[in-house]
Design a protein around this ligand. Structure first.
Ligand code: GLU
Length: 298
């Protein structure tokens, strides 16, 4: 079932938005541009929330989460209400998985990454990829019998939980799957291009797609603001919203800030952090302006 959009998409202000960084490093100008984009839409009666997307224990650090909040406060960006940490919400994600399981749209997959790459290459001569660049799952465990699944689980073999994309799409086929993009208007979704995505990982019983969609609904976000790199994944998020009968937010995508070589700003490539700029004597307002100027150059 699709939910009608319950917000006024002609308004530029007054939205309930969120900034949802992964605390894997210090804040840089790309993050500031992203934070300001959502913050601007939340002015005049809306709300701006902050959520730490920290489900990955290998890459995320509480110290980075703390530093991000300090840097945001220095920039004058104070979130409304408690900051949500996804790592503390595993029980809620587990309940979503139970619901999806009851709907019959989940199955366990025991394949390793290298098995998937090998099978995909054997079937298509090179691994087929989804719009986000991930390798499309060729489907071996999709066709496994219930008895084999049970036997492997009983042996304690590790597995992920995948969405049965064909079944999931069939369940919501009565209504067209669309969302409102503030710049483009109505966008039609093609979640099937992602194949049978992973919704619960081996190491963490959740995934980015599951958590972000659940939390936007749970936190009453009316406008999801995010980088254009996440536009394709939005189709998948709409499918999860329809399956779970969650409301549909509107969406506004922002360009990604790039360095002088045209590469997207990234912590791993040594993009200068807000802390460094502050230590070098820059004022918060200048950092905000630099982020906005970089945003407009795209
Ligand atoms: N946590 C995501 C990131 O850091 C953004 C969340 C979203 O908008 O989906 O790229």
């Amino acid at each position: 079932m699709n939910f009608p959009l319950q917000c006024n998409t002609s308004s530029t202000y007054g939205w309930r938005t969120r900034f949802a960084p992964s605390p894997t490093g210090f804040l840089h100008l790309g993050h500031v541009a992203s934070a300001l984009h959502g913050w601007a839409f939340s002015r005049s009666g809306g709300a701006w929330l902050v959520r730490m997307e920290d489900i990955d224990p290998q890459r995320c650090r509480p110290a980075y989460a703390q530093a991000i909040l300090e840097d945001l406060a220095w920039l004058g960006l104070e979130p409304e209400g408690e900051v949500v940490h996804q790592s503390e919400r595993m029980a809620a994600y587990g309940q979503v998985l139970e619901t999806l399981d009851r709907l019959g749209v989940l199955y366990p997959c025991f394949c390793t990454r290298s098995e998937i790459a090998r099978e995909s290459t054997a079937m298509f001569s090179a691994p087929h990829t989804a719009p986000d660049g991930s390798v499309l799952y060729p489907g071996r465990c999709h066709h496994m019998t219930g008895a084999e699944r049970a036997a492997r689980m009983a042996e304690g073999q590790p597995y992920v939980l995948r969405l049965d994309m064909a079944r999931a799409c069939a369940r919501v086929a009565a209504q067209p799957l669309t969302y409102q993009d503030l710049a483009l208007g109505t966008v039609e979704c093609q979640p099937e291009l992602f194949g049978d995505v992973v919704l619960a990982r081996r190491d963490v019983p959740a995934s980015y797609h599951l958590c972000v969609t659940h939390d936007d609904a749970a936190q009453g976000v009316t406008l999801v603001t995010r980088g254009v790199d996440l536009r394709p994944a939005t189709d998948l998020h709409r499918l999860l919203q329809a399956l779970m009968e969650w409301p549909t937010p509107a969406y506004a995508f922002h360009p990604l800030l790039c360095d002088a070589e045209g590469r997207r700003l990234a912590k791993r490539d040594g993009a200068q952090s807000v802390r460094d700029m502050r230590a070098a004597g820059m004022h918060a307002q200048d950092v905000r302006h630099a982020a906005m100027a970089g945003d407009k150059k795209q």
